[in-house]
Design a protein. Structure first.
Ligand SMILES: Nc1nc2c(c(=O)[nH]1)N[C@H]1C(S)=C(S)[C@@H](COP(=O)(O)O)O[C@H]1N2
Ligand SMILES: [Mo]
Length: 267
């Protein structure tokens, strides 16, 4: 947030609770609200009093501060979800603008990238889906194909333009009889990664279940055999090495979300 903290910390206001540093809580809250919500929260809400009133939390100990920060993040999720325009398209780019080489990133180094065996691979569908069957790669490759050149934004401070090819995810969900009125689509990956997204983003026209990168079969480092590519979401929301897709109304969380990142993760 651009706005500095209004007041320096006054130790006299901390008498009742010396362990709580209001300035650093507010800083954390601002960090929590960082990138995606900048456009939303603007200037009004960023006082501790205002935030804690909105989230219904009293800040009396570390646990309540954590609950408070989570509540701020959930509030932020709801606000982002409310602002999400299912018809608004993310920018697309030309071949010449593709970042080469495209960066690799994961919660481990490139030497630990999982190597999924494509011949035995089966994508599992579960949860609120009538067509609960497995899909082989040849079956998935035979689905309608779309290509897209979009920007991937990683919260670690880099962004890059890449070209992914695959099948529109919304059409795939409808094809497999997913309950598209459900709240969440969750993903399990061949590494220990997991993610979940809101249904409106799952159905967004630019959300692709991708099998190729820059015209070639998706390499291991970029998520073989498939990566869900959403140019409307931050990098960490885009799961690679997907082995299971499920539809649910129970909040599934995600690898980074469960460590305190914002869930909606819009970009
Ligand atoms: N399975 C899996 N998917 C993942 C990750 C991961 O560690 N494992 N990292 C995420 C993050 S933080 C980023 S920035 C992108 C990186 O994708 P890339 O290697 O194609 O650039 O993958 C996302 N999806
Ligand atoms: Mo990332």
């Amino acid at each position: 947030m651009n706005k500095p903290i209004e007041k320096p910390v006054d130790p006299s206001t901390q008498r009742d609770n010396p362990t709580l540093d209001r300035a650093s809580i507010l800083l954390d809250a601002k960090r929590e609200l960082a990138m995606p919500s900048r456009r939303l929260f603007g200037k009004q809400l960023l006082t501790l009093g205002g935030l804690s009133m909105l989230t219904g939390c009293s800040l009396t100990d570390d646990a309540s501060v954590n609950r408070f920060l989570m509540a701020v993040s959930r509030l932020n999720d709801r606000a982002q979800a409310a602002l999400f325009d299912p018809k608004q398209l993310a920018p697309t780019y030309t071949e010449a603008q593709i970042t080469r080489p495209f960066p690799f990133n994961a919660y481990y180094g490139i030497e630990d990238v999982p190597h999924v065996d494509g011949s035995g691979y089966q994508l599992k569908l579960s949860g609120l889906v009538t067509g609960q069957r497995v899909w082989t790669l040849p079956e998935l490759y035979a689905l309608p194909h779309a290509e897209q050149i979009t920007r991937h934004i990683c919260v670690e401070g880099w962004s890059a333009i890449g070209r992914w090819g695959g099948t529109p995810f919304g059409d795939f969900l409808r094809r497999v009889g997913a309950d598209t009125t459900a709240k969440y689509v969750g993903f399990k990956c061949a590494d220990d990664y997991y993610e979940s997204i809101d249904m409106p983003t799952a159905l967004h026209p630019q959300t692709l279940l991708t099998f190729s990168y820059d015209g070639e079969r998706l390499p291991a480092k970029y998520g073989y055999p498939m990566k869900l590519r959403m140019p409307t979401k931050l990098g960490y929301k885009n799961p690679k090495h997907i082995v299971e897709i499920f539809v649910t109304n129970t909040f599934p969380g995600g690898y980074w979300v469960d460590q305190g990142y914002n869930w909606f993760g819009g970009s």
